[in-house]
Design a protein around this ligand. Structure first.
Ligand code: URA
Ligand code: SF4
Length: 215
């Protein structure tokens, strides 16, 4: 089985230490064609953690998550929903960009379950450092990565779930404080939607529910 586990420093005491170790990960084959690893970023003491799918083309080049079009949309939605923008940490289920080459273009390819599983130890290590009060799962990949493969975003989006009790493997996550998880659509799905405005409003409505759990 492919896994990042041997590359995650077990004794890390900060996000910075984890981030420093991530470029050495060889937990699956995705590191090789990618430009660089894209680790999570944000406030080291953030109460809110956002989990996306994997870095996109722009993120792969810049080395930072959610700095492309989906990231811009997400920031606007977070703001419109009244979530504390300065108190966020944002990361991905898989930390290398998976793509297919078509001529000069690199086309995003959804990560397989094996990549999600391989990369999971990094996500677990980020949760261990941050101990978030609110976990927002963006899209099917993040929701399945954390809540399990049978979770359906279309059916259960926008619901407040007890955290980490709702996780597929609650024992992976710190459980000594009360927290909430919520799954919603991915900002990229808003960008692809036929009715963008309706999709955007749906995302903001879900994030408002999430914001309500913080107060
Ligand atoms: N989509 C994601 O899921 N993550 C990113 O970092 C960028 C786009
Ligand atoms: Fe390691 Fe995750 Fe990159 Fe695979 S995708 S090499 S597990 S950091």
């Amino acid at each position: 089985m492919q896994t990042a586990a041997p590359f995650v420093p077990a004794s890390a005491s900060s996000i910075a230490e984890l981030r420093a170790a991530a470029p050495g990960c060889r937990g699956c084959e995705l590191w090789e064609p990618a430009t660089q690893v894209v680790f999570g970023r944000g406030d080291e003491h953030a109460k809110v953690i956002f989990v996306g799918e994997q870095p996109g083309d722009v993120e792969d080049q810049k080395g930072l998550p959610f700095v492309g079009p989906a990231g811009h949309l997400l920031r606007r939605a977070v703001d419109d929903a009244g979530l504390p923008v300065s108190d966020l940490y944002i990361t991905n289920s898989v930390k290398h960009f998976r793509f297919e080459r078509r001529g000069a273009r690199r086309i995003h390819k959804t990560p397989d379950q094996q990549h999600i599983t391989a990369c999971h130890p990094w996500l677990v290590s980020e949760f261990a450092q941050l101990r978030p009060s609110l976990v927002v799962l963006l899209g099917a990949t993040a929701a399945k990565a954390v809540l399990g493969p049978s979770f359906r975003v279309t059916r259960s989006r926008g619901q407040l779930l007890p955290w980490p009790a709702s996780a597929q493997h609650p024992e992976d996550f710190p459980s000594d404080h009360e927290a909430t998880a919520l799954a919603t659509i991915h900002p990229s799905a808003v960008l692809r939607a036929d009715d963008r405005e309706a999709a955007y409003n749906g995302l903001v409505a879900d994030l408002r529910v999430a914001a309500g759990a913080l107060t």
